[in-house]
Design a protein around this ligand. Structure first.
Ligand SMILES: [Zn+2]
Length: 313
C-alpha cells in the first residue's frame, strides 16, 4: 500500500461528490507534469490525503487503478477543458476537524522529501495535483488527525447522541485510519529488518566509526533517508552504513557525514573539544564499498549540516 497527497482546491467538492480524483493527461504544450503522471501509479487500496486551502480535509481509499476517461463534465476545471484525463475512483472519508498544515509545520517539515514535496518550507501547498506521501509523513498525519478527531469515550458518546451525520463520518474514518497506520508500520518494520540483515555483513557487524559490535547497539542507518528514497533505494544495502546508536543519531541529524572516499566530516555544530566524548576522530576514513559512493555523497550534500548559523533551529 502506498500513500499520496492530492491538492484539490476548488475542485474538491465536485470530485468528492463523484467519488473520484482526476487530472488531465498532458498540458497545452504536450508536457506531462510528474504530479499528473503519478495518477497512473495508484493501485487499489492505496490511501490518499486530500489537501484543500491549507488543510488536510479527508482521507480516501482507492477503489482501483486509474482509468483514462474524458473530463467529467460536472467538474469545472480551468484548463484542458474536454481533454482526456486520468481518473481514479476513491472512497472519501471526511475529517470532522480538518488538519491545518501550517499549524503543525514544525512536526511535518522534517518529514517532507527534498524532491516532489507537496508542501513548501513555509507550509504552503505546491501547485501540482498528486504528490507522494512517504510512510513517516503518513503516520505523522494520522497521529495529528487522531488528536483532532478522536475523543474520549464519554465525549464521543455525547457527540453520537447529538449528531447522526457525525457518527457516520466518525465510524468510517476511525477504522480506515487504524488499518492504514497498522499497514504502514508493518511495511516499514519489515523493510527495516530486511535492510539491516543485508547491511550487517557488509560492515563486518560493527559500527563503521568506532568498531562497537554489540548487536543491541547497532543500527542500519540510511544514507539517503527513507523519506527521500524510492522503494528500491530503501532496500539497497549500499544505501547506508552500520553505526552504533550514538553515531547513527549523529549521522541521521547531519552532524557527521562521509565523502565519496569514506572520509569523516564533522559538523561545526560539534565543538572540537568534545570530539573525544563523541568518539570522533577528524579525517578518519571508513572502508566504503564502491556502490556506497553516490549515497554517501547525497547525504553529505543534502543532510550534512556545515553551518554554524543553523545551530538554534
Ligand atoms: Zn560508533
Amino acid at each position: 500500500m502506498n500513500t499520496y497527497i492530492v491538492m484539490q482546491g476548488h475542485t474538491y467538492q465536485q470530485e468528492r461528490e463523484l467519488g473520484i480524483i482526476w487530472s488531465p493527461q498532458q498540458d497545452q504544450g504536450g508536457l506531462v507534469p510528474h504530479s499528473w503522471s503519478r495518477m497512473k501509479e495508484i493501485q487499489k487500496e492505496d490511501r490518499v490525503f486530500h489537501y484543500v486551502k491549507g488543510f488536510i480535509v479527508a482521507i480516501s481509499v482507492a477503489a482501483g487503478p486509474y482509468q483514462t476517461v474524458p473530463k467529467p463534465t460536472t467538474v469545472q476545471y480551468e484548463r484542458n477543458k474536454n481533454e482526456a484525463g486520468n481518473l481514479v475512483r476513491v472512497d472519501y472519508h471526511e475529517l470532522e476537524n480538518p488538519l491545518q498544515v501550517k499549524a503543525n509545520l514544525k512536526e511535518i517539515l522534517p518529514l517532507l522529501p527534498i524532491k516532489y514535496s507537496a508542501f513548501q518550507e513555509n507550509g504552503d501547498g505546491n501547485s501540482g495535483y498528486l504528490y507522494p506521501c512517504n510512510e513517516e509523513l503518513s503516520i505523522k498525519f494520522l497521529d495529528l488527525i487522531r488528536d483532532l478527531n478522536i475523543y474520549q469515550v464519554d465525549e464521543e458518546q455525547l457527540e453520537l447522541s447529538i449528531d447522526n451525520v457525525r457518527r457516520t463520518e466518525g465510524n468510517t474514518l476511525i477504522p480506515v485510519m487504524a488499518e492504514t497506520e497498522s499497514e504502514l508500520k508493518t511495511k516499514m518494520r519489515i523493510d527495516h529488518q530486511k535492510f539491516r540483515k543485508t547491511l550487517m555483513p557488509l560492515w563486518r557487524n560493527q559500527c563503521a566509526v568506532c568498531g562497537i559490535d554489540l548487536p543491541e547497539l547497532l543500527r542500519a542507518s540510511h544514507a539517503k533517508p527513507w523519506k527521500d528514497s524510492t522503494n528500491d533505494e530503501r532496500l539497497d544495502p549500499y544505501n547506508g552504513v552500520i553505526l552504533c546508536a550514538n553515531h547513527d543519531a549523529l549521522y541521521d541529524h547531519g552532524l557527521i557525514a562521509f565523502n565519496g572516499q569514506g572520509r569523516l566530516f564533522i559538523s561545526p555544530l560539534i565543538n572540537p573539544e568534545d570530539y573525544e566524548k563523541y568518539g570522533l576522530v577528524p579525517n578518519t576514513k571508513i572502508r566504503l564499498h564502491q556502490e556506497n559512493k553516490p549515497y554517501m555523497k547525497w547525504h553529505k550534500k543534502h543532510i550534512f549540516n556545515e553551518n554554524y548559523k543553523e545551530k538554534e533551529s
